[in-house]
Design a protein around this ligand. Structure first.
Ligand SMILES: Nc1ncnc2c1ncn2[C@@H]1O[C@H](COP(=O)(O)OP(=O)(O)OP(=O)(O)O)[C@@H](O)[C@H]1O
Ligand SMILES: [Mg+2]
Length: 464
C-alpha cells in the first residue's frame, strides 16, 4: 500500500515541487497551505507522515505538531526549518517531532527520513499491538522479551516448571533471575504452596543455618524460642536460594544432605523433619571457578546444575529494549498517575546502544525516574541521564604485538568513528585530537571521502 504524505507549507511552489517529486517516488501526496488546512486534512484522511514548514501564518508548524501529538499520536512529523527557526526545530524534537531538515530541502534526505519515519512508526505500532496481546508471544507472565535468548528461556520455563527438577538460574545482576525463579514456581503444580526466598549473601556465617533449617530452643545463645527454618516454610512449595555461590562449605554440605535425604534437622535438635521442596538456585558467579578454587562443593554443583537456565545480559539482546521500555512506561504511568506515551526514536536509539551494566534492573529504574520526571508526553534525548549519553561499552580494537603505531591509530580512529555513527566532530573529541588533525589523518589513511582538503574542516563541523 502506498504511504500518504501530508505536505504543509504556506508557499505553494514548495508544496507543488515537493509533492511532484514525492509523487514520482511512489508516495500518495496531500498538500496543505497552512496549519488550519492541515488539521482539516488530517481529520478527513489517513496520513502516514507529515512534512511541515515551521513558519506559517496563524498556526505554525509547531502548533500543528502540538495538535498532532494530542490527537494523532501515531503520525510522525518531519519539520522543515527555514532561516531562524533551527531553535524551534530543536524545541520541536523535544516535544516529539520525528526529525527536522533545513531549507532548501535535500530531497534524498527527505525521502530517507520519510522511509525511516514510516518504518519506525510501524515498529512502534507493533509494540503497541504487542502490549495488547500481552501474555502471548513476547511475554511470559510479567517477563518480557522477544529476543531469541529470552524466548529460549520461556520455552525452558514451560518445559521444566511442572517437574520437580532442581534448577540453576545463571545470569548477571539484574537480568531477571528472581523473576524467573518465581515464574517456575507459579507455573508448577506447587503454585498454591509457598515460594520462599533466601538470599544467601545476606546472612552472617552462623545465622544462615538457623535461617534455612530452623533451630530448637537453646540451640545457641539468644535462641530463646524454637523457630521454623525457611526449608520447613517452603514445604510442598519452592525454595529459592539466591546467590547460592555465597553459601559456606559447611552449609553446602547440609544442603546437599537435604536434597538427598529429603529431610532436615533443626539446629540444636536431633529429630528429623521430612520436607518436600523444589529447589531453585541462582548465581551471578562462575560456580565452576568456585569449584576449582575449592569454595563450592563439586557434588552440590553437579546436583543443582542438572537443569540450568542461562539468562543473557541485556546488551546481548537489544531487541528486548524497546519492548521493556514500553512495558515499564505502562507500569510506571499506572504507579505514578502519569501519561507518558513513549520515547523519541533518537532516545530509544541511545538506550539500545547503551551497555546496561546493571541489566534490566538498571533500565527499569531509569524508566521509572524518566516517567516520574516527565513533563512532556514523549521522552527525548535531553531527558536521558548523562551516563547513557556517554560511551561505555566501547567496541574493542583488536591489536597484536607486531602492529605498527600507525595500524593502531588507524584502527582506533575507525572504531571511534563507527561508534559515533560517522560523526567526526564527536569522534575527534573522544580521540582527544582536533578536528583538523582527525581530518588530516583520515586523508592520510585514504579514509576520507572528499579529497577537497581546503574546506573540509568546515564540513566536519556540520557532519551531525
Ligand atoms: N525480562 C524481563 N521483563 C520484565 N521485567 C524484568 C525482566 N527482567 C528483569 N526484570 C525486572 O528487573 C528487575 C531485576 O530483576 P531480578 O531482581 O529478577 O534480577 P536478578 O537477576 O535477580 O538480579 P540480582 O542478581 O542483582 O539479584 C526486577 O524489577 C524485574 O522485575
Ligand atoms: Mg536477584
Amino acid at each position: 500500500m502506498r504511504a500518504t504524505i501530508l505536505i504543509v507549507d504556506d508557499d505553494r511552489a514548495t508544496t507543488d515541487n515537493l509533492g511532484a517529486v514525492l509523487g514520482e517516488s511512489g508516495f500518495h501526496v496531500i498538500k496543505a497551505q497552512d496549519g488550519v488546512d492541515a488539521i482539516a486534512r488530517l481529520d478527513n484522511e489517513a496520513v502516514d507522515v507529515i512534512v511541515s514548514d515551521i513558519k506559517m501564518g496563524a498556526v505554525s508548524g509547531i502548533d500543528l505538531l502540538d495538535h498532532v501529538i494530542a490527537h494523532y499520536a501515531d503520525v510522525p512529523v518531519i519539520l522543515v526549518t527555514g532561516f531562524g527557526t533551527i531553535e524551534s526545530a530543536v524545541e520541536a524534537m523535544r516535544k516529539g517531532a520525528f526529525d527536522y531538515l533545513p531549507k532548501p530541502v535535500n530531497i534524498d534526505k527527505l525521502e530517507l527520513l520519510i522511509e525511516k519515519a514510516i518504518k519506525t512508526q510501524k515498529l512502534l505500532n507493533e509494540n503497541v499491538n504487542l502490549r495488547r496481546q500481552l501474555s502471548e508471544k513476547y511475554s511470559f507472565g510479567n517477563i518480557i522479551g522477544r529476543s531469541r535468548g529470552i524466548q529460549q528461556v520461556f520455552r525452558e520455563i514451560e518445559q521444566i516448571a511442572r517437574t520437580n527438577a532442581t534448577v540453576l538460574i545463571r545470569g548477571e545482576s539484574g537480568t531477571g533471575k528472581e523473576l524467573i525463579a518465581a515464574a517456575l514456581h507459579y507455573h508448577s503444580a506447587r503454585s498454591d504452596n509457598p515460594f520462599v526466598k533466601v538470599n544467601c549473601v545476606a546472612f552472617a556465617e552462623g545465622l544462615i543455618e538457623s535461617e534455612l533449617f530452623g533451630h530448637e530452643k537453646g540451640a545457641f545463645t539468644g535462641a530463646y524460642k524454637g523457630r521454623k527454618g525457611r526449608m520447613e516454610m517452603a514445604h510442598k512449595g519452592t525454595l529459592f536460594l539466591d546467590e547460592i555461590g555465597d553459601l559456606n562449605l559447611a552449609t553446602q554440605l547440609k544442603l546437599l544432605r537435604v536434597l538427598q535425604e529429603r529431610e532436615i534437622e533443626r539446629v540444636g535438635g536431633n529429630a528429623t523433619i521430612p520436607v518436600d521442596i523444589r529447589l531453585v538456585a541462582a548465581t551471578n558467579r562462575n560456580l565452576e571457578g568456585n569449584v576449582s578454587e575449592g569454595t563450592f562443593r563439586e557434588e552440590l554443583y553437579y546436583r543443582i546444575k542438572v537443569v540450568t537456565i542461562e539468562i543473557p545480559p541485556l546488551r546481548e539482546r537489544t531487541e528486548d529494549i524497546p519492548l521493556l521500555v514500553d512495558h515499564f512506561i505502562g507500569t510506571f504511568n499506572d504507579d505514578h498517575g502519569k501519561s507518558v506515551r513513549g520515547v523519541s526514536q533518537p532516545a530509544l536509539q541511545r538506550m539500545v546502544q547503551y551497555a546496561w551494566p546493571g541489566n534490566v534492573r538498571e533500565l527499569r529504574n531509569m524508566v521509572e525516574s524518566l516517567v516520574v520526571m516527565a513533563r512532556e508526553p514523549i521522552i527525548t534525548v535531553d531527558d536521558l541521564p548523562p551516563a547513557i549519553l556517554e560511551l561505555r561499552d566501547e567496541p574493542l580494537v583488536n591489536l597484536k604485538v607486531g602492529a605498527t603505531i600507525k595500524d593502531a591509530e588507524k584502527q582506533l580512529i575507525l572504531a571511534t568513528l563507527r561508534m559515533n555513527n560517522g560523526n567526526k566532530a564527536r569522534s575527534a573529541r573522544h580521540l582527544g585530537i582536533g578536528k583538523k588533525t582527525l581530518y588530516r589523518k583520515l586523508k592520510e589513511y585514504g579514509m576520507f571521502e572528499n579529497s577537497n582538503g581546503a574546506n573540509a574542516p568546515d564540513e566536519l563541523e556540520s557532519t551531525a
